[in-house]
Design a binder for this molecule. Structure first.
Ligand code: F0G
Length: 440
């Protein structure tokens, strides 16, 4: 069960902190880091287990998730418009399945084990399915069934689900359709559901923020910028900061910027144009219902090359509103051209990331241009997924004559400002040398 049977609102995890051994300072977690031989301390999720204390050590599932780092980069900072030393990228592509999802899946798998689940399922734009599949495959604890939309998943991700042995159902339609179906099927068939409707997923994803703070020597940045799809991350980040403040472990909460793709901008539209707010736990349901009813009448479907966030019905909408309230947040949208240009800059100067991840960098740039983020602000952009997840988008961007490039152009992306085009050259020593000598 992931929602209250009466209100239908998603469940949320609350701890009785006064009965739990809460750390006296965040620095305590650094000590765990030095105890790397213990898999629970090695895990970038579970070394913070006192802040997600729902399982005993013997119940915890880990495959070494969360070995991810905060990287400072002046080159990407310059692109965004920040002063030197102020731009950081939290690179979640270093997780075992190549995306941030492993943070949440470690926690959801642990809960699945606690309740003795034998089959687990999710709907996915690709990364959730890759993550669930790897947890099922490595641990052998449960069989995995994934629901993906037809033709709506990047090949790198589909290949992972298949290779890790998940039963893969390609549902006609998009992610929103697949999620609706997997929720019904899981309920009907008693299958453990691992989408971010599952509140344990969010518990694991809180740790991304703990690692960011750890990377900053426990200083609080001015901004956290994150792509918004199903809004699990933004919701989890808000919860992490609310709890840390409540526990007296931080004295200030950073501001949160959630970035939608323009072709999948439900949060942006509702927050920016319809003034939907958390409203002390009572967001205007009529407004939300009307928005979705209009969406259905007009048959508006999500449409962006950032396929990971091609989502029109974000299930964590209300929890995200809570996060935005707690973090004095803002919401913006960026188009596919802006996303792919930002991605190319991350690739050239950072580590590479998949398109959806680059929405954070494109969004930070936009907020800088609008004067919302100041040049002197310390900004952390979350890079949610690995560059190799979606080679089609990358090749299309850089290689003009390819089918991939035609796909991009068809989607309206023609202004590839940082193209690194392959150079055709004859298989001839002199001609190769002359090309190399001509390079600037
Ligand atoms: N970035 C990447 C790389 C993702 O895979 C996703 C979500 C998001 C951002 C959005 O995060 O949902 O927490 O707002 N991917 C899901 C999936 C939907 O099925 O893999 P969110």
């Amino acid at each position: 069960m992931t929602a209250c049977p009466v209100s239908h609102e998603l469940l949320d995890i609350e701890y009785e902190w006064d009965k739990l051994p809460v750390p006296s300072s965040l620095r305590e977690f650094e000590a765990a880091w030095s105890n790397r031989r213990n898999p629970l301390d090695y895990s970038g999720v579970w070394r913070f287990r006192k802040l997600l204390p729902f399982a005993s050590d013997s119940q915890i599932v880990t495959i070494g998730e969360g070995q991810t780092h905060l990287q400072q980069t002046d080159a990407v900072g310059k692109y965004i418009g920040l002063n030197s030393k102020q731009c950081y990228l939290q690179y979640e592509g270093m997780n075992p399945s190549g995306s941030f999802k492993d943070n949440g899946m470690a926690a959801a798998s642990t809960h699945a084990r606690i309740v003795g689940a034998k089959v687990a399922a999710c709907a996915s734009t690709g990364n959730t399915s890759a993550s669930l599949a790897i947890y099922g495959g490595v641990t052998g604890l449960f069989k995995v069934i994934v629901f993906v939309g037809s033709g709506k998943i990047a090949y790198g991700k589909l290949s992972q689900a298949l290779d890790y042995g998940a039963v893969t159902l390609q549902i006609q339609g998009d992610f929103d359709d697949a999620l609706e179906k997997v929720r019904l099927v899981s309920k009907e068939a008693g299958i453990y559901l691992c989408n971010s409707v599952n509140p344990f997923r969010l518990e694991g994803q809180k740790t991304i923020m703990y690692r960011v703070l750890e990377g900053l020597g426990w200083e609080i940045p001015d901004w956290i910028v994150v792509p918004g799809g199903n809004l699990g991350n933004s919701s989890a980040f808000g919860k992490a900061f609310i709890e840390l403040k409540q526990l007296g472990l931080i004295d200030r909460i950073p501001r949160l910027a959630v970035i939608n793709a323009a072709g999948a901008n439900t949060l942006y539209d509702l927050y920016q144009h319809h003034n939907l707010r958390w409203n002390a736990g009572r967001p205007d349901q009529t407004l939300i219902d009307k928005f979705y009813a209009d969406m259905d009448t007009q048959n508006r479907r999500a449409n962006t090359l950032a396929s990971a966030i091609e989502i029109n019905r974000p299930v964590n909408l209300k929890k995200c509103l809570r996060a935005l309230q707690a973090c004095d947040g803002v919401v913006r949208e960026v188009n596919d051209t802006e996303i792919l240009n930002a991605k190319a800059q991350v690739g050239a100067y950072g580590f590479g990331c998949e398109p959806a991840s680059a929405a954070s960098v494109a969004g930070a740039k936009l907020l800088r241009e609008q004067g919302v983020i100041a040049p002197s602000d310390r900004v952390v952009c979350i890079l949610t997924g690995h560059q190799l997840k979606d080679p089609t988008a990358t090749v299309g961007y850089h290689a003009p004559e390819t089918d991939e490039a035609k796909k991009l152009a068809k989607s309206g992306v023609n202004q590839c400002s940082f193209k690194n085009t392959p150079i055709p050259v004859a298989n001839d020593l002199q001609q190769i040398l002359s090309v190399i000598r001509g390079l600037k």
